[in-house]
Design a protein around this ligand. Structure first.
Ligand code: GLV
Length: 324
């Protein structure tokens, strides 16, 4: 009897037993992702692909073989040409929901670290510069009572707002559409146009998908509108913020500081001028990196993959239109 073939582009923190019952599984075990050529070659002879956001899955790769399912271990899927997959009736799976809290927690970790200069303070201490208690040492803005602007108000943006309530913040949000009044009331948030949010917020946190219409949503013009004491947080996608404009904004004092978990490109090049700045915290795309969350993401991706191999509807499908 034919056994399906599956390629997994990295080692995952999860048992593969259930998958191995229905498929022959090959796992790419290197630390770096498989190069595009290798992945395209593999794609010719497999039924299912389990991939990460570091893998470029384009129409050429899909055309090379006979994929039945693409399952991504992430909620975002801007690395996958979903339109091309839909054309070929290939379902694309992703992992929404399970990483919402971990990512919102991390956005808050970055917000607080940037505001209260935690990374600078640690460096200062290790450098032997802590000589005495000083009234004006490493001052930052208040978090409690400040105005928080949330750009993109899906699951993660809303989870960030829930946490902000505990800090008595005024919470503004902007998104493709305004949410129903009941949800706004329960979260204590106010819908405002993007420009107003930029002008009024002390903290601006980004939670949009990476897409054509969010590409460089933050560039010189937007930084010019922000308060000089504002702090930008990005745990969404690096492409949403123009890195050159961010550098100019941080150096010229258009904004006070930033903390980003995502960059354009990723990883950030070691010669990027952004790495020279003390008022910028950069982490290596670890927003969802709690042990429990990463394991749930892997399990969900495997459930999607198995469903696709069996010809069943994926439980978490990005392109459900292929089923109609
Ligand atoms: C991570 O960035 C994800 O999209 O899950």
């Amino acid at each position: 009897m034919y056994k399906a073939k599956v390629f997994i582009t990295r080692r995952l923190p999860v048992e593969l037993g259930q998958l191995e019952e229905v498929a022959t599984v090959e796992v790419w075990t290197e630390r770096q992702p498989p190069p595009y050529d290798v992945l395209s070659e593999k794609a010719k002879a497999i039924d299912g692909l389990l991939c990460l956001l570091t893998d470029k899955i384009d129409s050429q790769l899909m055309a090379a073989g006979n994929l039945k399912v693409i399952s991504q271990v992430a909620v975002g899927y801007d690395n996958i040409d979903v339109a091309a997959a839909s054309k070929r009736k290939i379902p694309v799976g992703h992992t929404p929901g399970v990483l919402t809290d971990a990512t919102a927690d991390f956005a808050w970790a970055l917000l607080m670290a940037a505001a209260r200069r935690v990374v600078e303070a640690d460096k200062f201490t290790r450098a032997g510069l802590w000589r005495t208690w000083e009234p004006d040492l490493l001052l930052g803005p208040n978090i409690t009572g400040a105005t928080l602007g949330i750009v993109g108000f899906g699951r993660i943006g809303q989870a960030v707002a829930r946490r902000a309530k505990g800090f008595d913040m005024q919470i503004l949000y902007t998104s493709r559409y305004q949410w129903e009044a009941e949800l706004e009331k329960s979260l204590g948030v106010e819908f405002v146009p993007f420009e107003q949010l930029l002008q009024e917020s002390d903290f601006v946190t980004v939670h949009t998908p990476g897409a054509d219409d969010t590409y460089h949503l933050f560039s010189d013009r937007q930084f010019n509108l922000m308060k000089p004491e504002a702090i930008l947080i990005n745990t969404a996608r690096g492409t949403v913020v123009d890195p050159d404009a961010l550098y100019r904004a941080l150096v010229s004092g258009k904004i006070a500081a930033a903390a980003v978990d995502v960059t354009e490109p990723e990883p950030i090049p070691q010669d990027s001028p952004l790495l020279t700045l003390d008022n910028l915290i950069i982490t290596p795309h670890i927003g969802s990196a709690s042990r429990q969350t990463r394991s749930q993401m892997a399990k969900m991706a495997i459930a999607n993959l198995i469903a696709g191999l069996k010809g069943d509807r994926l439980p978490y499908c990005v392109n459900p239109e292929i089923y109609v």
